[in-house]
Design a protein around this ligand. Structure first.
Ligand SMILES: NC(=O)C1=CN([C@@H]2O[C@H](COP(=O)(O)OP(=O)(O)OC[C@H]3O[C@@H](n4cnc5c(N)ncnc54)[C@H](O)[C@@H]3O)[C@@H](O)[C@H]2O)C=CC1
Ligand SMILES: O=C(O)C(=O)COP(=O)(O)O
Length: 546
């Protein structure tokens, strides 16, 4: 009997990657399978390799009968893989997060220059037998302002190249460090400033709840009339219907798009058909070199995973062995959630560089290995805002790569060391906060949490003591302490049937400054959040997704 594992390669993969796979496994390259065919084949496979064109659905994991152990994504985005279903079925997902960065950046530049000079439109017209020299007069790039939205791996490469074209490059990225941008002559600016001053806007942020439809009617209205937009990130960051309206109104002169909310987009898409739109079918990563690169990156990860090794590019790897988890599990969850909260409190344009974690514990220092907790805080801080996935292997390296310095301090507490940790505090120094009350007396964003009855709780925000369980989402409001506040906010949420799970008020002294923390099971609508902001006594508030 053949003891080699079987790898199904469902989309075209670079030769070098195939070679690596074939050295270790039986490789079945079957492209363009229907969902039904894929479900049938999968029960005979130990690993599946895809790009963005295959939907790896829950049905696929269910149909595998437990045999599928690894899904390899030959690229960055894993929006096409049902991660929850993969994890539930004990299937590891690995990706190739770095090998197509330059290709995506080069495609961004290709679209930028092609759009400015009407290359695609002029090419179609000359092929139709026309010679329209006056119609296709373009615009120059030199001296124009390009706003790079999302200064990560791809965005920074685009910025570097655009500088070479003589453009004035600014960038907006709430979490990027200003010195990294300055090092290549790029100034970090606020979102509104980027919109108002850009002649060209290039999108390079991941698609997250916060960036979904970040370009919409409201934000198009803030742009310079005649702005030109490039998108090689994800279609969902633009409200596509609003973009058609902005193009028709001349607010946006041109758009060059590689990615779409629905891929492939409908044939009659007004956006694609628009004469001022240049479109490509998600070609950002499609260079020979990048495809060889991602093929090798993903093949190594798939083979490693089939051998039982933990890969640095594992997306849903369990962070710890089960026996360690029994004791640490609630603290692991607490650490990740504190990281998530802390990063969401950072104001746009601040950049995150210096993070300090304090662990209050009665255990002897060598009895508490904080590597896992540090990795979870890193995961909480980085995953919601980037296309990178954190695991125990890559956490410290990824933090360093993003310019994040994480220092740790142990606070030795008296008492019985029954519980490994009494509290975890996460501080982000040298930033502004979108919720000023989260800044502690010593000047940094501070959140602190504890585990109570096995459940992680937020117990401090800035210098205010609160107590709210870290489940669902949280609204923080600051106000001068006075009667009736809980009722007022509660009734706005009640009107919308948003269930309040927890409320707590932390104050300096009766009738002085207070912070109210409200746990909610559902995400309130924009309207409800606006109404909360309009309650006269509320000075500031922030909604934090967990
Ligand atoms: N068209 C294509 O074929 C390809 C598309 N991509 C897409 O490009 C995008 C960027 O990829 P990478 O640079 O590898 O990711 P990255 O994670 O290195 O960079 C993303 C950056 O966006 C920033 N960011 C997060 N929220 C933001 C916000 N609200 N406003 C502004 N910036 C924000 C993050 O701080 C981070 O620096 C992703 O959407 C990825 O899926 C990547 C490769 C190929
Ligand atoms: O890597 C990514 O996230 C991409 O968008 C590239 O997708 P692809 O591998 O070309 O299907």
């Amino acid at each position: 009997m053949d003891s080699k594992p079987t790898v199904l390669v469902a989309e075209k993969l670079g030769e070098a990657g195939l070679k690596l796979l074939k050295e270790f496994a039986n490789v079945d390259c079957s492209y363009n399978l229907s969902p039904e065919e894929l479900c049938t084949k999968i029960s005979l496979c130990d690993a599946l390799v895809v790009r963005s064109g295959t939907k790896v659905t829950r049905e696929i994991f269910e149909s595998s009968g437990g045999r599928l152990k690894v899904v390899g994504r030959a690229g960055v985005g894993i929006d096409n893989v049902d991660l929850a279903a993969a994890t539930e079925h004990g299937c590891l997902v690995v990706n190739a997060p770095t090998a197509n960065t330059v290709a995506a950046a080069e495609h961004g530049i290709a679209l930028l220059t092609a759009m400015a000079r009407n290359v695609a439109q002029a090419d179609a017209s000359i092929k139709a037998g026309k010679w329209l020299r006056n119609k296709y007069v373009g615009v120059s790039l030199v001296g124009k302002t390009l706003a790079v939205m999302g200064f990560g791996k791809v965005g920074s490469e685009v910025a570097r190249r655009a500088k070479g074209l003589g453009m004035h490059v600014i960038a907006h990225d709430p979490y990027a460090a200003a010195d990294r941008a300055r090092a290549i002559g790029v100034e970090l600016v606020s979102f509104d400033e980027a919109l108002a001053s850009a002649d060209f806007i290039s999108l390079h942020m991941p698609l997250t709840p916060a960036t979904k439809k970040i370009l919409n009617d409201e934000t198009f209205a803030k742009m310079k009339k005649g702005v030109r937009i490039v998108n090689v990130a994800r279609g969902g960051v633009i409200d596509e219907e609003a973009l058609v309206r902005a193009l028709d109104a001349g607010i946006v002169a041109q758009a060059a798009l590689d990615v779409f909310t629905e891929e492939p987009p409908p044939q009659d898409s007004k956006l694609i058909q628009h004469e001022n739109v240049t479109a490509t079918p998600h070609l950002g990563a499609s260079t020979t070199e990048a495809q060889e690169g991602v093929a090798i990156e993903v093949a190594e990860a798939v083979v490693g995973a089939l051998k039982g090794e933990l890969s640095a590019t594992a997306v849903n790897a369990p962070m710890v062995p089960a026996e360690v988890l029994t004791e640490l599990k609630p603290f692991v969850v607490l650490a990740e959630k504190l990281g998530r909260l802390a990063v969401q409190l950072v104001a746009g344009g601040s950049g995150v560089k210096s993070v300090k974690v304090k662990y209050g514990s009665a255990r002897a220092p060598d009895d508490l290995d904080t590597r896992l907790l540090r990795a979870m805080i890193t995961k909480g801080m980085i995953e919601p805002i980037s296309s990178v996935f954190i695991n125990l292997v890559n956490a410290d390296f990824t933090a360093k790569q993003r310019g994040l310095q994480i220092s740790e301090e142990r606070i030795l507490l008296d008492g019985s060391p029954e519980s490994p940790i009494e509290f975890i505090q996460v501080q982000i120094a040298n930033v502004e906060s979108k919720f000023a009350s989260a800044i502690s007396d010593s000047g940094e964003i501070r959140v602190e949490g504890r585990v109570k009855d096995g459940v992680p709780h937020l117990t401090k925000v800035g210098s205010f003591e609160v107590d709210v369980s870290l489940e669902g989402s949280i609204i923080l409001c600051s106000q001068v302490d006075q009667p009736g506040m809980i009722g007022k906010v509660g009734s706005v949420l009640g009107e919308e049937n948003v269930n309040v799970s927890f409320m707590s008020v932390g104050r300096i002294a009766p009738r002085k400054q207070a912070v109210m923390a409200i746990g909610v099971d559902e995400q309130p609508s924009k309207d409800s959040l606006k109404k909360i902001g309009e309650i006269p006594a509320i000075q500031e508030f922030v909604f934090l997704g967990l």
